[in-house]
Ligand binder design. Structure first.
Ligand SMILES: *Cc1c(COP(=O)(O)O)cnc(C)c1O
Length: 217
């Protein structure tokens, strides 16, 4: 269920950022409600779920973001349906996109800013060399960086990880002025992300939490 109150609350906190709804928790009907509420940027992280929802909703005015890991062998299933890919993190994936996409695809390089082994993404020190390798690819238009801070209550740590992404983005922007997006901040840390300069927030649970009707005695 879409939590309209939370969406309105977050919309009031925005300072130019775009909300991307991470819709893995919900079905197509809830996405329709989001669009009616002005949230038109939709992010899916699994190919099968994306295809099912796209099939039902592709007539709506939606910007489709793919925010999860994408296996190279599944690229052909989604490549001409998505508008933005947030998880470009290896050369084999870039090669597959270059081979299959018709028009240039907006891509963000995913960076493992929390240095957790369980997380995907390039290591910070790999970002620049990777960018240099794919900078000439015609079908890949690098627009920014994506990252996920670790799940912790330690605000300073989260801030520090987001600032790693900011610095890397600034370095790349010196080479290519089109590299401006910072896709960072989720339900538990989006306010810190706004503070650090995020341009795109990927929000899931907070948009769909049950509305709080207060305590009933
Ligand atoms: C689910 C998901 C989010 C949103 O997470 P919440 O904590 O529910 O806001 C953001 N990014 C990615 C890649 C996700 O898979």
């Amino acid at each position: 269920m879409v939590n309209k109150k939370n969406i309105e609350m977050i919309q009031q906190q925005l300072d130019g950022q775009t909300i991307i709804a991470a819709t893995k928790y919900v079905e197509a009907d809830d996405i329709k409600t989001l669009v009616e509420l002005g949230v038109r940027d939709i992010g899916e992280n699994r190919v099968s779920a994306f295809l099912a929802k796209y099939e039902l909703l592709h007539d709506l005015d939606i910007v489709w973001h793919f925010i999860g890991q994408l296996q190279s062998k599944k690229v052909k299933k989604v490549i001409d349906k998505i508008d933005v890919l947030h998880s470009l993190d290896r050369l084999s994936l870039a090669d597959e996109i270059e081979k299959r996409r018709k028009l240039p695809l907006k891509c963000l390089l995913e960076v493992n800013i929390s240095s957790e082994v369980s997380k995907s993404g390039l290591k910070p020190e790999e970002v620049l060399p990777f960018y240099e390798k794919i900078a000439t690819y015609d079908k890949i238009q690098i627009v920014g960086l994506m990252g996920m801070a670790r799940l912790t209550d330690d605000e300073a740590l989260i801030r520090n990880e987001f600032m790693t992404l900011v610095r890397l983005r600034d370095e790349l922007r010196n080479l290519d002025a089109n590299i401006s997006w910072l896709s960072m901040g989720m339900s538990n840390d989006y306010q810190i992300a706004i503070d650090c300069g995020a341009t795109h927030l990927r929000l899931g649970s907070i948009l769909f939490q049950e509305e709080d009707h207060g305590t009933v005695f």
